[in-house]
Structure formats: structure tokens, C-alpha cells
Design a protein around this ligand. Structure first.
Ligand SMILES: NC(=O)c1ccc[n+]([C@@H]2O[C@H](COP(=O)([O-])OP(=O)(O)OC[C@H]3O[C@@H](n4cnc5c(N)ncnc54)[C@H](OP(=O)(O)O)[C@@H]3O)[C@@H](O)[C@H]2O)c1
Length: 286
């Protein structure tokens, strides 16, 4: 698909930024130009010439979604707005690419396949699960489930690097297990599905490789930052959140099966290799 035929929504987020880099001539908008929760704006938008909408917009503040305001905001962006986009996609014969999360599952299986029953544990996950259902209103849709996203923006790797640079010795949860997903891998996977005209439907897409804990990843980041892995103390989720209010319950096992996306011809690289490349880019920009 040509760049000019793509419209990127939520363009200033981590994934939106990577998509804009991959599709330099795409049209794009963030909330200030097109608020996807505004039905009239979505319906009245000039969709002529657009063959695919890439929806990178989301309410991603997992604990924030547990508040009264956050609950409304996350449902608006992650669920209701997806139905609006699906409606215009259907009306204008546009392919809708939407992104979802491992948080739609309860995290009890070691490996989540695309067909697993939805069983979200927190408000963010519930609103994302509703979005998964809404996107299927668009006949031509790709629903991509991903986990632990790292790109340009606030993310776990940059947070750990910042702590390491300041000689802070953090406690990090060691019982949530999954794999990182770098936004350039996610964007490349989206491009592959669209360009190869893969069957519409749901695909998991994360980086490949060993499933590890947040603490394991923090230790790798500390070593990359020239510090000791021992500066990171592994703790349980329960220990980490003890005494804190308003914390969303989180799934413990987040690894998504990559069999389907691989069978569709896209092989995501190992997260460790992707982290090496990411590290080079952040060192170059500092
Ligand atoms: N981050 C993760 O670890 C993770 C894990 C699994 C799945 N995902 C999913 O992956 C996708 C991309 O995540 P990400 O990390 O790139 O998210 P992100 O960095 O938080 O970006 C989301 C973008 O959406 C924009 N947005 C919010 N409300 C909007 C609205 N009403 N209309 C238009 N734009 C709006 C945000 O703008 P403001 O900043 O101005 O609000 C922001 O630019 C999301 O669907 C997310 O649910 C993320």
C-alpha cells in the first residue's frame, strides 16, 4: 500500500511515531487534529483517497484507567471510538488496522493464542477487549495484539535507563512474564500484513525470543547502562504494590504465541537483538 493511501490515527504516540517513520507520506492526526472519540468529527472527516486506517490511538495509562475519570476516558478511546472507526471503514471500504493488548487475557496461560477467550483483569484490559469486539464491525480489519511496547515516548526501558543513570537501585517485579515489542517491529508487521494482503482477522505480534520478567529486562538495561545487574532487586507484584492504592491488577503471564503471524510470512526478531538496536538509537540521540 502506498504511503499516501494510509491514515495514521494517534500519530504522536510510540507506535504512531514509528508508523509515520515507515510511511513518510501518510496522512496522520493525533487528538488535536482528529479526536476519534468525537463521532461527528470521525463521520465528517474527509476519508477520500484513504485505503487503510492505522489506529495507534489509545488510552494506555493502566492505573489511571481505574479512576472514575480514567474509566470513562479509556472506554471512550479504547472501545467506543473503535466502533466509530469501524463504521467509517465499512462505509468507505477502508481496511482498519487496530492494536490491542495481552491485557485482554487473565494471564493464566503460559502462551496466549489468538482464539483464547477474553478475560481482562482491569479496566484498561476491559476497554481494550471491547475494542477488539468493535473492530470486527469492519469487514476488512486486522486486529494486532501486542505486549510491553517500546518506542519513542515514555516506556520501561527508558525509565530503567534513567534510574540507572541516576544510580538508583530499584525493586522490579519478577513474576510478570512476557516479551518486549519494539515499535519498528510492530510497524513492519503491520506493513507486511497489509502489503501481503494476508487474511483479515486477529494476529499476535510481539518481538520473539525468551519470555522473561520485567526484572530480567531491567537487569539487561542496567548492564547496558554500565551498571551492575545486582542493582535491580527482583520482587513479587504483591510486594511491589504493597500499601499502594488504586493499582490495577495485572496478568502474570503475557507471552503471545507468534505462530500465526509467522505462518503469515512475518518473523519478528528476537527482543534482545531489537533492544540492542534500540539502545544504539538512544545513545546516538543523547
Ligand atoms: N504501551 C504498551 O506497553 C502497550 C502494551 C500492549 C498494547 N498496547 C497498545 O498498543 C497501541 C499503541 O500504544 P502506544 O504505547 O504507542 O500508546 P501511546 O504512546 O500512549 O500513544 C497513544 C496516542 O493516542 C493518542 N490519543 C489518545 N486519545 C486520543 C483520541 N481521543 N483521539 C486521537 N488520539 C488519541 C495519545 O495522545 P495524548 O498523548 O495526547 O493522549 C497518544 O499520542 C495501543 O493500542 C495500546 O493499547 C500498548
Amino acid at each position: 500500500m502506498k504511503s499516501e493511501e494510509v491514515f495514521i490515527v494517534g500519530a504522536n504516540g510510540q507506535l504512531g511515531t514509528a508508523l509515520r517513520e515507515l510511511y513518510p507520506n501518510a496522512r496522520s492526526a493525533d487528538i488535536d487534529e482528529l479526536d476519534i472519540t468525537n463521532k461527528a468529527s470521525v463521520e465528517g472527516f474527509d476519508w477520500s483517497g484513504i485505503k487503510a486506517i492505522f489506529n495507534a490511538a489509545a488510552f494506555t495509562n493502566v492505573d489511571g484507567a481505574e479512576t472514575a475519570e480514567g474509566r470513562k476516558a479509556s472506554w471512550k478511546v479504547n472501545a467506543t471510538a473503535v466502533a466509530y472507526l469501524a463504521e467509517v471503514a465499512q462505509k468507505h471500504d477502508i481496511t482498519l488496522v487496530h492494536i490491542s493488548s495481552d491485557y485482554v487475557f487473565d494471564g493464566t496461560s503460559d502462551l496466549h493464542t489468538e482464539g483464547e477467550d477474553l478475560a481482562p483483569l482491569n479496566v484498561y484490559g476491559q476497554s481494550k477487549a471491547a475494542g477488539d469486539i468493535a473492530v470486527s464491525l469492519a469487514p476488512k480489519h486486522y486486529l494486532l495484539r501486542t505486549s510491553w511496547v517500546i518506542g519513542k515516548g515514555n516506556n520501561f526501558v527508558l525509565t530503567m535507563k534513567s534510574l540507572a543513570d541516576r544510580d538508583i537501585t530499584p525493586s522490579v517485579v519478577a513474576d510478570q512474564i512476557g516479551r518486549l515489542t519494539f515499535t519498528d517491529t510492530l510497524a513492519a508487521g503491520i506493513q507486511h500484513l497489509v502489503d501481503s494482503e494476508a487474511a483479515y482477522g486477529t494476529y499476535n505480534l510481539t518481538n520473539a525470543g525468551e519470555s522473561v520478567s520485567w526484572a530480567d529486562i531491567a537487569k539487561v538495561v542496567y548492564e547496558k547502562a554500565g551498571k551492575s545487574a545486582d542493582d535491580v532487586t527482583p520482587v513479587t507484584t504483591e510486594e511491589y504494590y504493597a500499601g499502594k492504592e488504586g493499582i490495577a491488577p495485572r496478568p502474570l503471564k503475557s507471552t503471545l504465541s507468534l505462530d500465526k503471524i509467522t505462518a503469515a510470512g512475518f518473523t519478528p526478531k528476537d527482543w534482545r537483538e531489537a533492544l540492542d538496536e534500540y539502545w544504539q538509537t538512544i545513545e546516538e540521540t543523547n
